[in-house]
Write a protein that binds this ligand. Structure first.
Ligand code: NAD
Length: 473
């Protein structure tokens, strides 16, 4: 039987179905029903109709629903992890970690829902405001269209759904075509919350239907996570909407000469360049190591990358699995070839079998080749030698992207200088750029996007201020 999709909180099946396949061995991960145009219309109409009721839900109801989802994900963690691995080919150990993070994202949203209140502002700072106060509340901008990518089928869905529930905004979620099954399973848990019908729908539709949703005026907020061209295209297609874009990058890490533990830095770089086969928006892609540490660091990175286990993502011993499909692996392979032809040295890796690319370390990489200048989204890292931390800061900033950066230093002035100078959404001191705690504000600048996620930041983003001026009090 095919997995149903969700319209206004109800499961729906249709004759048309789509098969989701595992990129390691082409096995079937599952089949789901495909929404018809009338289903999409019903979901959007219901979200629009329920918006006032959803906004008026008491905080304890919203928080209770979110807590329920968090608990249910924890209880069903193995089942969700297996589903994530089945459809995305993410190694099972990383799938388990993702389920834990999603439970935390819902729990944080519950906590924020309890304290999200607004502020009281005094207006008697000028004579004309004497005797007046402003009560500044935050109200939902309206129903949200959430669009998510394939690489975190659960936690990035959580980052759309949880803040929307927390502020009382209905949400229509469109998961990635390669990985809809996890989002549809989350629907089972959402259905247990008893939120008003219309508060949420999960529609595994194709890109054309998604593009139509982007311009539907009944969904005035679009929260998108995905690739750079699609994201900015959405912003252009819906100029009057409130659009949040969480897009790609070519995240860099700087290793300063004072860093005392090169083995730790190499371990973190190797792990987070290759985890999920490099398919994370903050995978380590570029390393700029000071000349004093470059030799030892690059040797250690190569050794640690060689020690990673590639293979079937369902095995708990697998560190690096396949990419999402063979076409993506072919692209990554061609980018490695391009870099080598331009003079880069391949210290390890480079081969491809089907959708799997061998974890690859490049050194002496020209700045203008694709593996350096674009988003690789594959298991490839370049380790580069720089003469100074300032040169590294300049090279990190030369990118058209700006999501997060890492700086291995114990020197406080260097750390603050980096955090003041780097043109990114977040600087991680003492670790790789791939660190993300789900409650912190997260997002990018330049081509990497606009707006911030993390439950509290997203709740601010999904709402606008409503002022009530109180006179004569
Ligand atoms: P993608 O842009 O191909 O697809 C993302 C989503 O957009 C999918 O659901 C897709 O069906 C939908 N889509 C495609 N065309 C559309 C259109 N015209 N209108 C509306 N929706 C449309 O991205 P992907 O390959 O699934 O994911 C990889 C990308 O996501 C990478 O660039 C990665 O860096 C980025 N990403 C960013 C973050 C972040 O938080 N910044 C997190 C994870 C992934």
């Amino acid at each position: 039987m095919s997995t149903p999709f969700w319209v206004a909180g109800k499961p729906v099946t249709r004759a048309e179905t789509a098969v989701v396949r595992h990129s390691y061995d082409d096995s079937e991960a599952g089949t789901h029903a495909v929404p018809a145009d009338a289903d999409v219309e019903e979901a959007v109409a219901a979200a629009h109709a329920v918006r006032a009721e959803a906004a008026a839900l008491p905080a304890h109801v919203r928080a209770g629903a979110l807590d329920h989802v968090s608990r249910a994900l924890t209880e069903r963690a193995e089942e969700f992890a297996a589903l994530i691995t089945a459809e995305s080919a993410k190694p099972i150990k990383w799938a388990r970690a993702e389920v834990g993070r999603a439970a935390s994202t819902f729990r944080w949203a519950a906590e924020e829902a309890r304290r999200f209140a607004g502020e009281l502002q005094r207006l008697d700072t000028d004579p004309g405001g004497t005797g007046r106060f402003a009560l500044v509340r935050r109200v939902p901008r309206g129903p949200v269209l959430g669009i998510t990518p394939f690489n975190f089928p659960l936690n990035l869905v959580a980052h759309k759904v949880a803040p929307a529930i927390a502020v009382g905004a209905p949400i229509v979620l469109k998961p990635a075509p390669a990985t809809p099954l996890t989002a549809l399973a989350l629907g089972e848990v959402l259905a247990e919350t008893g939120l008003p019908a219309g508060s949420w729908s999960v529609l595994p539709v194709g890109n054309d239907a998604a593009a139509r949703l982007v311009t539907d005026p009944r969904l005035p907020v679009v929260s998108f996570t995905g690739s750079v061209p699609v994201g900015w295209g959405i912003r252009d297609a819906a100029p009057r909407k409130h659009v949040t874009l969480e897009l790609g990058g070519n995240a860099a890490v700087i290793v300063a000469p004072d860093w005392p533990d090169l083995d730790f830095a190499a371990e973190r770089i190797a792990t987070f360049a290759m985890y999920q086969a490099g398919q994370s928006c903050i995978s380590v892609q570029r390393v700029y190591a000071h000349a004093d540490v470059f030799g030892e660091l690059s040797e250690r990175v190569v050794a640690k990358v060689r020690a990673l286990g590639t293979g079937d993502p369902r095995s708990p011993r697998t560190d690096v699995g396949p990419l999402i499909n063979t076409a993506a692996a072919r692209r990554v392979e061609s980018w490695i070839d391009e870099a080598v032809a331009a003079g880069a040295r391949r210290d390890t890796g480079g081969g491809r079998h089907g959708a799997t690319v061998a974890p690859t370390v490049l050194t002496h990489v020209p700045e203008d080749v694709s593996v350096q200048a674009d988003e690789v989204f594959g298991p490839v890292v370049s380790v580069n030698r720089v003469a100074s931390v300032d040169e590294a800061l300049r090279l990190v900033n030369a990118s058209r992207f700006g999501l997060q950066a890492g700086v291995f230093t114990r020197d406080l002035p260097t750390a603050f200088h980096a955090s003041a100078t780097l043109d990114v959404g977040g600087v991680v001191v003492g670790d790789v750029p791939s660190f993300r705690a789900d409650q912190m504000p997260y997002g990018g600048v330049k081509d990497s996007g606009v707006g911030r996620e993390g439950p509290a930041a997203a709740m601010t983003d999904l709402t606008e201020e409503r002022v009530t001026v109180l006179t004569g009090l």
